[in-house]
Design a protein around this ligand. Structure first.
Ligand SMILES: Cc1cc2nc3c(=O)[nH]c(=O)nc-3n(C[C@H](O)[C@H](O)[C@H](O)COP(=O)(O)OP(=O)(O)OC[C@H]3O[C@@H](n4cnc5c(N)ncnc54)[C@H](O)[C@@H]3O)c2cc1C
Length: 366
């Protein structure tokens, strides 16, 4: 008989947007939930931070949006396509939606979800706790093993949710097969203060046939996302920095001063190796994977964050039907979650590939 340190109906591994929302929804509905996060903080930089109307609708439905707005968010007013320093095309929001995306700093979203969850009696949050193993019992998994302050702990639960991101430990431990999709590009990220009077826009340019994007951020920043050919960064870094950065300034002359002041070397960029992935099954022996763990998305179209929030909502609805008897929630019911979400996610992944392949045409059509 195993000696457990914690026990709950549901153990969620990973306090990203998906795991944190699911934990909040379950615990506020009286389902005992443990949320395990390997980091001791929630201040992660360069994550998917653009809510679309689907993410917004979920947060409004569960009365979270207004509190989030109080913490700080920024609605994007339009998308602009720029060529040689001039706007050549503008996409305005659908009047019913009223924006083309909302920038929400991830620490605002996670901070809110954790703050709202903490007082709930059915909620336990274990930060600084890294899951390293699964406990097997008869024909199913019955808990996780984690490291906390150098000590091993065991958590027993009727259901284990792997919401632990693109390199998911749960996915590996339970041997969910995945296939990776390469997109032919990697992404350089940088963040600079927004120039004075900078409007909340998303701006796109084509530089050497690659996408260069600017995302205005809440708090007075501009995030730069610059696509470069996949695997090319080591070679790019060997080249002189000045001609590279001058291309950015030529594309967006208004940024000259702030770029010159804030991006001085390759070290001011962060590399994201872009890939997406699909897992052939999301459910196995009382383990279910969701969000980036089940389907990593490329950054195109900002689907990753919203998709993870939607997974959390759908999974919550299926689990809550078994409140009081989670031990009877079997694979067939959990597979409903996969069935509802997989088709939609795969459509979004296809949309990403189409958008990426046709990006250059946005400029040719004008
Ligand atoms: C650098 C970067 C940039 C990105 N940029 C964009 C973008 O521009 N647009 C977009 O839409 N998406 C972007 N994404 C993806 C987006 O952030 C994700 O789609 C979204 O965060 C998925 O949410 P999630 O909750 O499924 O997983 P995550 O947000 O990845 O959260 C997973 C959590 O699990 C924790 N964890 C992992 N392993 C363990 C373990 N063994 N034990 C305990 N905890 C664990 C992690 O610390 C993390 O907090 C980016 C991702 C990265 C990494």
């Amino acid at each position: 008989m195993n000696n457990y340190d914690y026990k709950a109906d549901v153990c969620i591994v990973g306090a990203g947007p998906g795991g944190a929302l699911l934990a909040y929804l379950l615990a506020s509905n009286g389902i005992s939930t443990i949320l395990v996060e390997r980091n001791d903080h929630i201040n992660k930089e360069f994550r998917g931070e653009h809510l679309n109307e689907i993410g917004e609708e979920i947060l409004r439905k569960y009365d979270l949006f207004e509190d989030l707005e109080r913490k700080g968010l920024l609605r994007m007013e339009r998308v602009e396509y720029w060529d040689h320093g001039e706007v050549i095309k503008t996409i305005w929001p659908d009047p019913e939606i009223g924006h083309v995306g909302i920038h929400v700093p991830q620490n605002h979203l996670l901070g809110l979800l954790l703050e709202k969850s903490r007082p709930l009696t059915d909620y336990t949050l274990l930060m600084n706790t890294k899951v390293i193993g699964l406990v097997e019992e008869d024909d199913h998994y019955s808990g996780v093993i984690a490291k906390q302050d150098g000590k091993e702990i065991m958590i027993k639960s009727s259901l284990i949710v792997g919401a632990d991101g693109r390199f998911s430990t749960i996915r590996k431990l339970a041997q969910f097969p995945i296939s990776k999709i390469h997109h032919g590009y990697d992404l350089l990220w940088a963040r600079i203060p927004a120039p004075k009077n900078w409007e909340p826009t998303i701006r796109m340019a084509l530089v050497d046939d690659d996408q260069l994007a600017l995302f205005t951020q809440q708090g007075g920043f501009v995030q730069i996302g610059w696509n470069i050919p996949e695997g090319s960064y080591p070679m790019i870094r060997k080249q002189s920095f000045t001609p590279f950065i001058n291309k950015l300034i030529a594309a967006f002359p208004e940024l000259k001063d702030t770029v010159t002041e804030n991006i001085r070397s390759w070290n001011d960029f962060i590399l994201l190796q872009v890939q997406s992935s699909k897992s052939d099954t999301w459910v196995k022996d009382r383990v279910v994977i969701m969000g980036d763990a089940a389907h990593t998305m490329s950054p195109t179209g900002a689907f990753g964050l919203n998709s993870s929030l939607k997974d959390a909502e759908v999974l919550y609805q299926i689990i809550q039907d078994y409140k009081g008897s989670i031990q009877h929630l079997g694979s067939t019911e959990l597979e409903r979650f996969e069935k509802i979400r997989r088709k939609k996610v795969e459509e979004e992944q296809s949309t990403q590939l189409v958008k990426e392949a046709s990006f250059g045409k946005q400029f040719a059509l004008v």
